[in-house]
Write a protein that binds this ligand. Structure first.
Ligand code: XIL
Length: 367
């Protein structure tokens, strides 16, 4: 009797699993347009439902946090690759490629990394020497047949029209000035195996003001022979982003001979992931029921994939920022504590959502 119950439970569990993945894999839908990727954390490689969704749908992965300096550099300055290796080994075992993220960023770096014991800043030379050691260790550690792309510099630009081009409040900028960007690419190239491609990565690159700042920075890097291969458009978008805006950015960056990647794709159902002003916080604080926004989100995702497909000759990979609405950083209270968001293609049970099927329908319409 007990045996029988256990058996039928096992069958039921199998049925649920099969049901959850009883759909055409995303990687099959998009064919060889580009690598299709997802950001993950070490808990998602243990064989759970998230693992199954990753393996069913994606061809590349990014460590959401484990390969950032703060994920590797310990308080005592030593390096610990344990979490990163869980993800890299998973990729290797399953034949997935990876984007390394990220080498130089003002955030996700240990507090006081750029300071002396007395709290004063390191000099530029000291910081370069310290971080060159880190960059060297990273490239020596990770297998270059798995981690084939790296975000070398992340978010070095300011957003606004009335601000300077660079984010002056970044510690990198404060200590080194804008030259840290070319320093980082040259240093990465010095240690990165020849097949590994190097990227500048940032958000809001579909905004005309920031697009132009980024274009000018990239043009200066390319013109002065700095070894950069491409640009990562993070793509934390809201539904007011238009396909035309996206296309303009892709073309502008590609005109420099650079590869373009979509590196952190998600689509909030709210106006913005950041409530613009404190006074507006109350207005955006509520959680929308998903059925109200489902159709709009599905249409938006399909229109974005249309533009990505049509520009696939300029794009080598498109990566979602985590697997499902439960694991998304937006669902974990980044923007507003307690507010649910539904930014991805899979719901909290890993079932494909309306935007998944609208992308599938778009691709079917091409046949
Ligand atoms: C985010 C992660 O998703 C969060 O878990 C973490 O707490 C903060 O960083 N731009 C980037 C990513 O380049 O590294 C950020 O990831 C999201 C914004």
């Amino acid at each position: 009797m007990i045996k029988k119950i256990t058996l039928s439970l096992a069958v039921a569990a199998l049925a649920i699993t099969a049901k959850a993945q009883d759909y055409t894999p995303l990687k099959q839908i998009i064919g060889d347009d580009f690598y299709i990727g997802v950001a993950i954390n070490p808990n998602q490689v243990s064989g759970n439902e998230d693992t199954k969704t990753i393996l069913h749908n994606f061809t590349t992965i990014t460590a959401e946090n484990a390969m950032k300096p703060a994920g590797i550099i310990q308080a005592d300055g030593s390096y610990n690759f344990t979490d990163a290796d869980k993800i890299v080994n998973f990729a290797k075992e399953n034949g997935l490629k990876m984007r390394g993220h990220t080498l130089c960023w003002h955030a996700s770096i240990p507090r006081n990394y750029m300071k002396n014991a007395d709290g004063t800043d390191l000099t530029k030379e000291e910081l370069y020497a310290k971080h060159e050691k880190y960059i060297k260790a990273v490239f020596e550690h990770f297998p270059s047949d798995v981690v084939i792309y790296w975000d070398v510099v992340n978010e070095a630009l300011n957003d606004g029209e009335n601000e300077g081009r660079y984010r002056e409040r970044s510690e990198w900028y404060r200590i080194c000035g804008p030259e840290f960007i070319s320093w980082a690419f040259k240093t990465a190239r010095k240690y990165a195996p020849a097949n590994v491609k190097l990227y500048y990565n940032d958000y809001n690159l579909v905004d005309p003001v920031k697009r132009e700042k980024c274009y000018l920075m990239l043009k200066e890097l390319v013109d002065s022979g700095v070894p950069i291969d491409g640009v990562g458009m993070q793509a934390h978008w809201s539904m007011d982003v238009t396909p035309a805006q996206i296309e303009e950015s892709i073309n502008r960056f590609a005109s420099l001979g650079l590869d373009v990647q979509i590196t952190e794709f998600d689509l909030t159902v709210y106006n913005s992931i950041h409530p613009p002003k404190a006074s507006e916080r109350q207005i955006v604080k509520y959680t929308l029921p998903y059925d109200v926004v489902e159709k709009a989100q599905a249409d938006a995702y399909a229109s974005y994939f249309k533009v990505l497909h049509e520009n696939r000759d300029k794009i080598s990979s498109v990566t979602f920022w985590n697997v499902n609405d439960a694991s998304s950083w937006l669902g974990r209270g980044f923007a507003i504590r307690g507010r649910l968001d539904y930014p991805l293609l899979f719901d909290r049970e890993n079932k494909p959502k309306a935007p998944f099927f609208s992308i599938e329908n778009y691709y079917k319409s091409l046949k």
